[in-house]
Design a protein around this ligand. Structure first.
Ligand code: ADP
Ligand code: ASP
Ligand code: MG
Length: 422
């Protein structure tokens, strides 16, 4: 008898019929003799709707109350799924993150799991129940308050429970047939990747492929939990995410995937004195405001002005805080001005094969040029190249890059079964 953790995302539990369908799938696994722990997300776009409700009440809702509100979404689906499983004649018991023993730090909205104490889950399993856990939430060890793990965090709940329970398998059920070479919603020619390494999946997730939460992949790698990402709407095999990804049909591909990210903005600090310590002062101030910087570009100083421009990207949601912080140090640093642009998108190509193949940048830049896309910023890692482009060019850029690296499938295999892509 195995222990299987299954996670169902929002579109898989979007309405009563979807919940009943998921219940049948869960019951089938249980009937096969295995123990099942299910992690659920909030129904459909519930989390976005709750956020909108909060915005209608307060411009800047307090983080504690926001987490109280958002965790309600997952509680609704867990209870309804437990009822649906019981309707099928199985014992079922739902738990909030806190009841399930998901212990986090106190950082509301982006809490990190620091421990899992799955005593109640184990007892319920021992009694023969299917256990259903609300994803994306935990309880702070310091404050005893309810916390959330950040958007998409239910994936991480599933892997954390799989690790704590020593599960044999962790299945992530979603609205597409696995991890594709690009988001099938914008690149219809995307192909399913049958197997991918943690390392490449980390790069994809870190650069906008929201199919898996970044911390879920980090967690899975740390605890060697193999993941199977697949659709809850079909019976098709999905994508195995493992350490070595044997059997990856794209082994000879230099690039394994193309990602896009609309969530960032760009800030340019104009006329920064080009002397030692200025960049340190700027980025220390931003770090102290809790802002995560992504790309940074500093130009050589223009002519003999002794002044340079520094541009960087950051989560668009942090723009106001960043601008406020920079205004605060303007006189001390002596820069001239600030420019803010939230009409940008980031495109990345990712592939372990880049290490041993020159010319990847040339191929990407030529493809973008041919598609008439202007590049605003560039950054690279060992297995990734990212560019910032105008938001209007992002989808065309993704399709052009996907074609240029030979990733387009001969036939359309990418089915999007549900969800709104929000
Ligand atoms: P869930 O609610 O099941 O967690 P998400 O919306 O978080 O689902 O993630 C699934 C979505 O991720 C897909 O519908 C797809 O639009 C998007 N996506 C982005 N990049 C990829 C990719 N490389 N492969 C598959 N899906 C992707
Ligand atoms: N419901 C949360 C969200 O929409 C968490 C999740 O779905 O994983 O981000
Ligand atoms: Mg998700």
């Amino acid at each position: 008898m195995a222990l299987i953790v299954q996670k169902y995302g929002g579109s898989s539990v979007a309405d009563a019929d979807c919940i009943k369908r998921v219940a049948r799938r869960v019951a089938e696994t249980r009937q096969g003799g295995d123990d099942v722990v299910v992690v659920v997300s909030a129904m459909g776009d519930t989390t976005d709707e709750l956020l909108q409700l909060a915005e209608g009440i307060s411009e800047r809702p307090g983080p504690r109350e926001l987490d109280m509100l958002l965790t309600a979404g997952e509680r609704i689906s867990m209870a309804l799924l437990a009822m649906a499983v019981e309707e099928l004649g199985h014992l079922a018991c739902s738990f909030t993150g806190s009841q399930a023993g998901v212990i986090t730090d106190a950082a509301h909205g982006r809490a990190k799991i620091i421990d899992v104490a799955p005593g109640r889950i184990r007892s319920a399993l021992d009694e023969g129940a299917v256990v259903i856990v609300a994803g994306f939430q935990g309880v702070s060890q310091e404050t005893d308050d309810v916390t959330t793990l950040g958007r998409g965090g239910s994936d991480t709940t599933a892997v954390a429970l799989a690790a704590a329970l020593g599960a044999d398998l962790c299945e992530i059920y979603t609205d597409v047939d696995g991890v594709f070479t690009a988001d099938p919603r914008i690149v219809p020619a995307a192909r399913r990747i049958p197997a991918i390494s943690y390392e490449e999946m980390l790069e994809l997730a870190a650069n906008g492929a929201k199919i898996l939460h970044l911390r879920c992949v980090e967690y899975a790698r740390r605890f060697s939990i193999p993941l199977h990402v697949r659709s809850s709407f079909s019976r098709n095999e999905g994508t195995y995410v493992t350490a070595d990804a044997e059997g990856n049909v794209m082994e000879d591909a230099i690039v394994s995937g193309v990602t896009h990210d609309r969530s960032e903005a760009k800030i340019t600090i104009e006329g920064v004195p080009d002397k030692t310590g200025e960049a340190a002062a700027v980025f220390t101030a931003l770090a102290e405001s809790g802002i995560n910087i992504d790309m940074i570009v500093q130009n050589v100083s223009a002519g003999d002005t002794g002044l340079t421009d520094i541009s960087f990207t950051l989560p668009a949601a942090d723009s106001a805080t960043a601008l406020h912080t920079l205004e605060g140090i303007k006189d001390r640093i002596g820069f001239r001005g600030l420019r803010h642009d939230d009409r940008i998108g980031k495109l990345s190509v990712v592939g372990a094969g880049m290490r041993s193949n020159p010319g990847v940048s040339a191929t990407l830049f030529s493809a973008l040029a041919a598609a008439g896309v202007n590049i605003e910023m560039i950054s690279t890692s060992e297995i990734r190249i990212s560019v910032v482009v105008h938001i209007h060019d992002l989808e065309a850029a993704a399709r052009a890059a996907h074609s240029a690296f030979g990733l387009d499938g001969d036939q359309i295999e990418a089915v999007v079964y549900g969800g709104t892509g929000r």
